[in-house]
Design a binder for this molecule. Structure first.
Ligand code: NAI
Length: 396
């Protein structure tokens, strides 16, 4: 037992402390959405790679609590080590497991590097011993680096434009002012490295390995997450290094789809999701400003969703075994339909032209951005009394 009073400390887009009870409360909030909107049963077994935060956590909670699946998650998180708190994903999964065992549900977590052969084999052993073949695999990794076990090369992803340098507006998350950033174009090596980390290669390795050992159930469905976004973010996102990696991920989905159809009458898709505040997206230049303008417009229209609402809609409308997903002309699921609504995009584009440090708080939903960002680390939840000491040692 180790109880502490924990104050928020941030450096730019990095949280230096995490509030365990705040993370637990945030998971309980997400579970409330799942319980209200999902059928409660319908899925046998789910494996989520990148299960501890953001879209992966939402997918795991939806599969296990919303569809009654046995759930195995893989993630890379830091346990508490005196005097430091654990990372947010650690506490998210600690609470998810408390809730699961209270309801007699099977939910397990493997903490380690999903890119490594060791973690893949550990996952296969757990599946063979305690789960059986999988009905749904969600691939939701967002990682800065990948050590490729086939050749020992360490690849680092970069967030840079391709071809020419880019200058544009961006929020400085240290003081929430708007400045101009200039980012030089990526080298060929950086483009390739980003594709190695965030493209589809590792997803394909996972799926082929699971197929080889007979762990894909008949009709198994797998999904990975992509993003497109508006023109203002193209240079840094869709036409940049990360966009090249997403193109690779999307091409991998098409390849995996034909492999799985032959192997087990299964399917592989990419789902293009909405821009949301997560640890991954807050690290991308330009995107946090776009997100805070987008939130303003979508909340006014009543079409705003968070990661859990997106995950629930993905399963309810597309991914559940009894659903046939609606696909775009490129074969992708589009959960970004409400974000990309032309009226929404036109309103955001107008705000984008006008926004500066002086009018930022009026034009953008800065409060919404900040509170979502703080909530990633368990801070700012109204139901939590932050003056009280909270248990830091929570098991996963
Ligand atoms: P996140 O940062 O919240 O989650 C990343 C997950 O990956 C965590 O569970 C983390 O533990 C895990 N992870 C990272 N490195 C790992 C490693 N080496 N081994 C095992 N686990 C590891 O990120 P977010 O935003 O939920 O992103 C997930 C996917 O969704 C990414 O492909 C991202 O590009 C995509 N996406 C995100 C959008 C956004 O606005 N946040 C929008 C559309 C797509």
């Amino acid at each position: 037992m180790s109880e502490q009073v924990i104050a928020p400390r941030f450096r730019g887009f990095i949280g230096l402390t995490t509030h365990p009870e705040g993370c637990a409360a945030s998971v309980r909030r997400q579970l409330q959405v799942v319980r209200e909107r999902c059928p409660g049963s319908g899925l046998g077994t789910i494996l989520v790679i990148g299960s501890s935060t953001g879209y992966g956590l939402g997918s795991l909670l939806t599969g296990v609590f919303g569809y009654g699946a046995k759930g195995l998650g893989v993630c890379f998180e830091r346990p508490p080590k005196d005097p430091k708190t654990g990372s947010p994903g650690w506490y998210n999964l600690a609470e998810a497991q408390v809730q699961a065992s209270a309801e007699g549900r099977q939910l397990e977590t493997i903490v380690g590097d999903a890119f490594s052969n060791e973690i893949k084999e550990q996952t296969i052993t757990a599946l063979k011993e305690r789960f059986g073949p999988i009905d749904c695999v969600v691939y939701s990794l967002a990682a800065p680096k990948r050590l490729d076990p086939s050749n020992g090369t360490l690849y680092s992803s970069v967030l840079k434009p391709v071809g020419s340098s880019y200058t544009g507006k961006s929020i400085d998350l240290r003081d929430y002012s708007i400045g101009e950033v200039t980012i030089d174009p990526a080298s060929e090596d950086e483009i390739l490295a980003t594709q190695k980390v965030m493209g589809g290669e590792d997803w394909q390795i996972w799926m082929e390995r699971l197929a080889d050992v007979g762990l894909l159930a008949p009709g198994c469905r797998t999904v990975a997450y992509s993003y497109i976004g508006p023109e203002v973010t193209y240079p840094i996102y869709r036409s940049g290094t990360i966009g090249k990696a997403k193109e690779h991920l999307e091409a991998t989905a098409q390849h995996l789809d034909s492999v799985l159809q032959k192997h087990c009458q299964g399917n592989a898709w990419v789902s293009v999701n909405k821009a949301l505040v997560t640890q991954a997206s807050s690290a991308i230049p330009v995107v946090p400003l776009y997100i805070s303008l987008l939130f303003k417009v979508m909340k006014e229209k009543g079409t705003h969703e968070g990661t859990i609402e997106q995950a629930v809609r993905l399963f309810n409308d597309h991914l559940a075994p009894d659903k046939s997903p609606t696909l775009d002309s490129e074969g992708r699921i589009r959960l970004d339909d409400r974000e990309m609504d032309p009226a929404v995009q036109q309103a955001v584009a107008e705000l984008w032209k006008q926004v500066n440090s002086d009018n930022l708080t009026q034009l953008a939903d800065l409060d919404g951005y900040q509170s979502d960002f703080h909530a990633l680390f368990g801070f700012g939840l109204p139901e939590v009394d932050y003056s009280q000491a909270t248990e830091v040692d929570r098991p996963v």
